[in-house]
Design a protein around this ligand. Structure first.
Ligand code: CA
Length: 225
């Protein structure tokens, strides 16, 4: 895989560079936000790893600008303890996942595998998933509502795909964590609620009928009501 690492702490850079190249990944490094953004937009990467606090341009802004170019490259944000608000802002800016420093290298690898697997998972021959006037094309990674294209991040797409495959069925937060985040470890955060809100804004807010429904204490269900 070709990975862009945007990080200004020399220790973290050398630790990640060493670990990732040992895993046979090719790693480009930027130590400030502007250089990171320029590289991210000028080359094709399989993954961006973005530190939050960077000289020049912050990680959130880099993330936002990459997404503004309609890139769906998986983005993993690194945040320091105490920047918890920035996690949510990072997700809002279009990051697919975040990791709090300090973290174990194995944890980083697990997140990377999950992000990339989700992206390449779908068999090419799969047919459209459909509910009312919402369609999702698993192989071409396209979503339309009422004929209009809907731009989703990799994680939002995976969540919507999971909900659509289970349409009419109530899925719990635990189901979603296991199937979409591929972890049964509840970080105690409201990350799923945050993502459901992102999806609602993009898929339901300006349309009728509403398709994503919350069942208090039970989970979520997608159906036409
Ligand atoms: Ca930093």
């Amino acid at each position: 895989m070709k990975i862009l690492l945007v990080e200004d702490e020399p220790k973290v850079v050398s630790f990640l560079h060493k670990g990732l190249t040992e895993q046979t990944h090719s790693v480009d490094i930027a130590t400030d936000g502007l250089t990171g953004l320029r590289l991210a937009l000028s080359s094709t990467y399989d993954l961006l790893i973005l530190d939050n606090l960077l000289p020049g341009l912050g990680g959130l802004e880099v993330c936002r600008q990459v997404r503004a170019q309609n890139s769906s490259v998986p983005i993993l944000m690194l945040t320091a303890l105490g920047e918890t608000d920035d996690k949510i802002r990072g997700l809002d800016a279009g990051a697919d996942d975040y990791l709090v420093k300090p973290f174990a290298f194995q944890e980083l690898l697990a997140r990377i595998r999950a992000l990339v697997r989700r992206r390449h998972d779908s068999p090419a021959s799969e047919i459209l998933l459909r509910l009312a006037d919402l369609t999702l094309d698993p192989s071409r990674k396209l979503v339309h509502r009422a004929g209009q294209p809907v731009q989703l991040t990799a994680r939002e797409f995976a969540l919507l795909e999971y909900l659509l495959r289970n349409q009419g069925r109530v899925v719990s937060r635990v189901d979603i964590l296991e199937q979409v985040w591929e972890t049964s470890f509840d970080t105690g955060s409201n990350v799923i609620d945050v993502y459901i809100n992102f999806l609602r804004k993009k898929v339901d807010k300006d349309f009728t009928p509403k398709l994503i429904h919350t069942l208090v204490g039970m989970g979520y269900v997608m159906r036409e009501e």
